[in-house]
Design a protein around this ligand. Sequence first.
Ligand code: NAD
Ligand code: DAU
Length: 342
Amino acid sequence: MSTEATTPTRVLVTGGAGFIGANFVHHIVNRYPNVDVVVLDALTYAGNRESLATVRSRIEFVVGDIGDAGLVDDLVRRVDAVVHFAAESHNDNSLADPRPFIDTNIVGTFTLLQAVRAHGVRYHHVSTDEVYGDLPLADPLRFTESTPYNPSGPYSATKAAGDMLVRAWTRSFGVRATISNCSNNYGPYQHVEKFIPRQITNLIDGIRPRLYGAGTNVRDWIHVEDHNRAVWRVLCAGSVGRTYLIGANGELDNRTVIAALLEEFGRAPDEFDQVTDRPGHDVRYAVDSSALRRELGWTPQYLDFRDGLRSTIRWYRDNEQWWRPDKVATEAAYRRNGETRL
Ligand code: NAD
Ligand code: DAU
């Protein structure tokens, strides 16, 4: 493994119109104005041009599929680094229809790897803690870089497959790649299908939040800005061939998150509905990010989940025009997929 301490000058960001990708583009454009940013995004249901509206004149935006080998090759040859966020990212969708997850998360990743291999371009692969499976409740155990892969569902299986391709292309073809596996993100521009924005927008609309099953499942929450600062740090200073785990010690069960949201909206603690549980629902995620902190000096800046949640609620209140068009279709999809009150 080699350590590179270089700042790229021209970066291709895949999935830059999605939640984390868009926040990453904002971060780079605002913090590193000398870095040229090219975004490649297929604008699936999860991508939104409006997420890049305020930085639109300062980036190049290409609408296209990461599985389009010709397009990907043309774009990759013009940059000195690729940061790969594009994915099908929602577990519930992967249970209803796994096919797009195979195409984007596996074949799309393969297509990017072939291009960075051909052009000798530095590659950072954004992945998830879900590749490690889940952990028991109330256990001191957390995921580390050496935890064996054990994905539970179609989404995490395809993300695990993508990670394996990256490792193989690094070893067999000398691709200069790093991987990061992060825990659950929250913050602005997250699609209303996901847990926190779904409940915030429900509450804004006077609808009761929806809790899957008993709500004892634990997620390890991190603010999206902390995730993105870590990704940039790994890209600029990480060791090629390495995996870095990103997490902010933010373990909370879903019931606690709903209780916090109800309190923020001034609603009674029991004003939520328990609904059909997710099949194969992972019990607990928890990330040990001490290697990243020790080796690259990264620390999260959002240390108080309640503060982060409050600013996220404010963002959704102030940006209704951003999420409103997706809300009806998202709730219809949940009903179509059989969500019912318990
Ligand atoms: P998202 O669903 O909000 O955004 C995905 C983006 O990728 C969208 O803009 C979509 O249009 C684009 N896209 C999808 N298929 C594409 C294709 N074939 N070609 C080009 N673009 C395509 O996802 P997100 O939550 O921002 O996640 C980004 C990445 O981070 C994913 O790789 C995900 O696995 C990973 N991740 C997410 C979280 C989280 O909590 N959201 C945590 C850890 C890791
Ligand atoms: O751990 C990282 C992963 O976090 C990322 O790789 C995924 O892309 C991202 O979507 C997220 O996966 P989860 O499945 O954990 O996130 P989601 O927001 O779908 O659900 C969070 C928890 O909340 C989970 O335990 C299911 C539960 N849930 C979800 C929804 C949408 C509810 O109780 N009610 C809901 O309405």
